[in-house]
Design a protein around this ligand. Structure first.
Ligand SMILES: NC(=O)C1=CN([C@@H]2O[C@H](COP(=O)(O)OP(=O)(O)OC[C@H]3O[C@@H](n4cnc5c(N)ncnc54)[C@H](O)[C@@H]3O)[C@@H](O)[C@H]2O)C=CC1
Ligand SMILES: O=C([O-])CC(=O)C(=O)O
Length: 271
């Protein structure tokens, strides 16, 4: 496998290869930051280290899967070329697929090439039930309410463009409400989970998202509500933010690791 992105999630994923949690080889890694590439290489014994490459197209050689843990622009760069090179992809920055043209291009290419696009549950819980409910055809509403400390939302394009200063907040405040399609692009580093939920359920135009900034909240909280003919589903996760990136919940990295681990597992639990 190859890894695109050697930041918070990429480093955890690489460690899981290094310590054998994922029973497969990580052969090539890429990050635009050479120091980050090197720090991932340093996680491995010298004889077993992945090769750092400085052109992401070198990630495809001799591998069957490329893991993206970099950002939405990276998905636009790497998803289609990976699939065309005969590699499956696992996308953490799934919010990039909110752009319908890219989404269609990725799906069409995967179908044409016979490859797979994996989107892990990441920082949320309940995709198994939402997927099953969607299959009944009468899943009616799906909503996600995400609450983060202002430090976990800082710098989002929507806040910058609308001159919203979170440092002045003294209580929980809704800063965004709208469809997942808009949320993923307005908060590209904060709400990739909305696209995973949309793909599992009723699609990004119909999935509604509310983002709350709460100075009293230290966790990244994701609350899902879904209703339909099968009844209703509610899940809440209160994630501990990663020490190296408060926007990213630690669970997101572990979710990707579990997805990669079970690709080779004999027993696979869950929908
Ligand atoms: N699906 C999910 O549940 C979640 C998804 N995410 C997303 O996963 C991605 C990775 O998250 P983190 O590891 O926390 O981010 P990070 O900021 O800690 O690391 C990202 C790394 O990718 C590199 N990078 C970014 N864009 C690049 C590009 N276009 N080309 C080459 N290198 C690039 C950066 O240099 C950095 O080393 C982010 O897009 C984040 O929003 C984060 C949390 C949950
Ligand atoms: O890690 C989280 O809590 C969610 C997140 O940042 C994302 O989906 O982009």
């Amino acid at each position: 496998m190859s890894l695109f992105g050697c930041g918070t999630i990429g480093t955890e994923v690489a460690r899981a290869f290094a310590d054998g949690t994922i029973n497969a080889d990580l052969t090539r890694i890429y990050d635009r930051n050479a120091e980050k590439r090197q720090s991932v290489v340093d996680e491995f014994p010298v004889d077993d280290a992945p090769k750092p490459v400085d052109d992401f197209t070198d990630l495809f050689e001799g591998v069957d899967l490329v893991v993206e843990a970099a950002g939405q622009s990276a998905v636009a760069d790497v998803a289609v070329p990976s699939l065309e090179s005969g590699c499956d992809v696992l996308l953490l920055s799934a919010g990039a697929l909110a752009a319908s043209e890219l989404r269609q291009q990725v799906v069409r290419t995967a179908e044409k090439e016979g490859q797979v696009v994996h989107v892990p549950s990441g920082a949320i819980a309940g995709l198994d039930a939402v997927k099953a409910a969607a299959l009944t055809g009468d899943l009616e509403t799906v909503s996600l309410t995400t609450t983060k400390n202002p430090s976990g939302l800082e710098g989002a394009p929507y806040l910058v463009e609308n001159d919203i200063d979170l440092s002045a907040l003294d209580s929980a405040t809704t800063v965004f409400e709208g469809p997942a399609t808009e949320a993923a692009l307005a908060f590209p580093s904060n709400i990739n989970v909305a696209m995973a939920l949309s793909l599992a359920g009723i699609g990004p135009d119909e999935t509604t998202v509310r983002i709350v900034a709460d100075p009293e909240e230290s966790n990244n909280v994701h609350h899902i509500e879904a209703t339909g003919g099968m009844g209703s589903i509610e899940t809440t996760v209160r994630n501990v933010p990663s020490p190296t990136n408060p926007k990213t919940s630690y669970l997101a990295a572990v979710s990707a690791i579990e997805k990669l681990r079970t690709m080779g597992a004999t027993v696979r639990v869950g929908t």
